[in-house]
Design a protein around this ligand. Structure first.
Ligand SMILES: NC(=O)c1ccc[n+]([C@@H]2O[C@H](COP(=O)([O-])OP(=O)(O)OC[C@H]3O[C@@H](n4cnc5c(N)ncnc54)[C@H](OP(=O)(O)O)[C@@H]3O)[C@@H](O)[C@H]2O)c1
Length: 308
């Protein structure tokens, strides 16, 4: 099969488009012919070596945390899947990733794709969807809550906007001014454009803030929470926990490969409640260019998806 692989950390061009032996389905595994895989910020940060102190990758490494395609073989003891099923898969950090034409995964790391979703849409929903679902679950958003979603035009933020709107929250999103209408179309009740306004000067009394940025955005977010409010953060830039100073709760959303979370997202998308956001597609062979675009902040309005 064709795959993207790197043997050392470094710039995007350490990623090579190579031929690798086809994987096979082991006990309890399914073999999937991939049609799509998403490119996440985690992928390029890991490749660049920024996360070396947390993850020692086996080398050479095939990147990618997810993928979507069709089951072409099943190992022993598989009951949930048959050859021909369309599935979305979660790929472990230390296992072969989704930037490849095939992947073998444990059945518990796969879910069926609803008929109304393409494999590209399913890939856009997999890792981003897991992150959004787990962040939402961590925050325990309720109907009527005032919720601020930072990065509301990004892959995870865009899904959080849709999920919070579905729950009946009063949603504010931050994004660049040219994405204002886009974030409103996802269900935000208002938008604060970070290139025009300082959100911490115009917002108050939020029940929940989703921080997908860290750093200065995290610091300023305390000011907009009501006493007893909840700041839920995903790992991005480093943060300083100031919960005691402000009388709020600060929780990191710990994103893990969670089949029930992924199934929940697929069901909502299958029911038409959530719309996966695909920023752009590029062929697998252009993965290095895809990473460069992402590192430069050129990808907006959802996920960049590699196609095979
Ligand atoms: N395990 C975890 O903890 C976990 C899981 C998933 C994601 N994350 C992290 O969460 C972050 C977002 O992930 P993602 O996949 O959604 O990334 P993404 O799709 O690349 O989105 C990034 C977004 O950040 C927005 N942005 C940039 N500067 C901003 C600012 N000052 N204020 C508000 N928004 C700003 C951009 O908005 P515009 O396009 O409007 O400019 C862009 O859409 C990443 O840092 C990622 O590493 C962590």
């Amino acid at each position: 099969m064709k795959a993207i692989q790197y043997s050392e950390h470094g710039e995007a061009d350490v990623m090579q488009y190579v031929d690798l032996p086809d994987p096979t389905a082991g006990h309890g595994q399914i073999l999937v012919k991939l049609e799509a895989a998403s490119v996440t910020p985690f992928d390029w940060k890991l490749r660049a070596g920024y996360l070396k102190s947390h993850f020692t990758l086996p080398m050479p490494n095939v990147p990618g945390r997810d993928g979507a395609g069709t089951v072409i073989a099943i190992g022993k003891n598989i009951r949930d899947f048959r050859v021909g099923d369309r599935v979305a898969v979660m790929a472990g950090v230390f296992a072969q990733g989704g930037y490849a034409e095939m992947i073998a995964v444990d059945a518990e790391n796969a879910v069926q794709i609803p008929d109304n979703l393409s494999t590209v849409e399913a890939a856009a929903l997999t890792n981003a969807g897991l992150s959004a679902w787990i962040a939402l679950r961590t925050a325990e958003v309720k109907m009527g809550d005032a919720v601020l979603v930072h990065s509301g035009a990004g892959a995870v933020g865009g899904l959080l906007v849709q999920l919070c709107q579905h729950l009946g929250a009063d949603v504010t999103a931050t994004c660049r001014s040219t994405n204002r209408d886009y974030a409103l179309s996802l269900g935000a009740n208002r938008v604060v454009a970070y290139d025009q306004e300082d959100f911490s000067e115009v917002l108050h009394n939020q029940d929940v803030v989703f921080d997908l940025m860290g750093g200065e955005v995290h610091d300023k977010s305390y000011k907009v929470l009501k006493a007893g409010g909840h700041l839920v953060w995903l790992v991005a830039d480093p943060i300083t926990d100031r919960s005691h100073e402000y009388g709020v709760k600060v929780t990191r959303a710990v994103v893990t490969d969670d089949r029930s979370a992924l199934r929940g997202m697929m069901e909502l998308a299958g029911a038409g409640i959530l719309k996966p956001q695909v920023a752009r597609t590029m062929p697998l062979s252009q993965a290095a260019e895809a990473h460069r675009l992402m590192e430069n902040g050129a990808i907006t309005r959802g996920r960049l998806v590699l196609t095979m």
